[in-house]
Design a protein around this ligand. Structure first.
Ligand code: FAD
Length: 313
């Protein structure tokens, strides 16, 4: 027989937003249940050094997430290894069905299901993720001071990342499979004026090449999309900037979304279009996409859920 669990506050997602919501929700005596999903700890578990989490000059992403999990558990959050397959937000209590077969009912829900960077899908990209391959210039640009790097993509993110990376890199090659960018004109102007950036038109990445011991990127091999000619570009870092996809499949049909699926929240709030349903972290944030901003939104969501519950009990 399938199991049913009721909670005042259900938190879906175990990244910085989810665990922070757990800590604040527990301290507000809401006895939250947090569902971890397929990626316990979220996106930071697939990176190595994190150097911008306040109070930690350097910490491994997976270690930071284990510490956050322990903190949320110690505060009183019940943490469950399950993945939510569907939700019904039409009535309170809200319902979420786990792939384990458990039905969770809740008086308030925080969605903190994050986002995923889009990747090229190459085996070599997978191999060097965290060892030269990144999808976040703000996070990892600092590691490439004085080095040559490449950025892959042609939209706003790619141009912004390329411009940002010139603060650190000696040279940035922007690899794009067309001969024009999709980004805003003002960004393009800045890019073309920057002497450190060299666009490489009509090319796509074939393979990322590097050393085994220590694991690290040495170059990328790129193919001309028209002639098929292969060239090798030396570089120490490869930034894939072909977009992000919010993990909003559970709610895309019921909550208001924009910008390709990001959940819309009220100004200065994590409240969504359904009262009692909150959204925090990368699921709502197409601008900053950082651990610390996600944690901040997790805090806001728990405080707002507590206020909602005290006003609606
Ligand atoms: C390679 C890499 C390096 C990065 N480095 C840094 C850095 O140095 N500093 C920094 O500040 N930021 C960094 N970031 C960005 C940072 O990881 C994100 O901004 C942050 O993790 C977002 O947190 P979140 O809680 O919103 O969601 P996420 O971390 O995306 O977590 C989402 C959670 O939701 C869960 N989930 C999804 N769907 C379901 C479901 N249906 N049911 C249950 N659970 C579900 C997942 O299992 C996961 O636990 C990096 C990102 C990447 C990819």
């Amino acid at each position: 027989m399938s199991d049913t669990k009721h909670t005042k506050l259900l938190i879906i997602g175990s990244g910085p937003a989810g665990y922070t919501a757990g800590i604040y929700g527990s301290r507000a005596m809401l006895d939250p249940i947090l569902i971890q999903g397929m990626q316990p700890g979220g996106q930071l578990t697939i990176t190595t050094e994190v150097e911008n989490w306040p109070s930690r000059k350097e910490v491994q992403g997976p270690d930071l997430m284990v510490e956050m999990e322990e903190h949320a558990r110690a505060a009183g959050t019940e943490i469950i290894g399950d993945h939510i397959a569907s939700v019904d937000l039409s009535n309170r209590p809200f319902t979420a069905i786990g792939e384990s077969g458990t039905t969770y009912t809740a008086d308030a829900v925080i969605f903190a299901t994050g986002a995923q960077a889009r990747w090229l899908g190459l085996e070599s990209e997978e191999k060097f993720k965290g060892f030269g391959v990144s999808a976040c210039a703000t996070c990892d640009g600092f590691f490439y001071r004085g080095q040559e790097i490449v950025v892959v993509g042609g939209g706003n993110s790619a141009v912004e990342e390329a411009l940002f990376l010139t603060k650190f890199a000696s040279k940035v090659t922007l690899i794009h499979r067309r001969d024009e960018l999709r980004s805003e004109k003002i960004l393009q102007e800045r890019l073309f004026k920057n002497p450190k950036i060299e666009p490489l038109w009509f090319h796509e990445v074939e393979e990322i090449l590097g050393s085994e011991d220590p694991l690290g990127v040495e170059s990328v091999s790129v193919k001309h999309v028209k002639t098929g000619e292969i060239t090798e570009i030396p570089c120490k870092g490869v930034f894939i900037a072909i977009g992000h996809k919010p993990s909003s499949e559970l709610v895309v049909d019921v909550l208001e979304t924009h910008m390709g699926g990001y959940v819309v929240t009220k100004p200065d709030s994590t409240a969504t279009s359904i009262p009692g349903v909150f959204a925090a972290g990368d699921l709502t944030d197409y601008v900053y996409r950082q651990a610390v901003t996600s944690a901040g939104m997790g805090c806001m969501a728990a405080l707002e859920a507590e206020k909602f519950l005290s006003e609606n009990e």
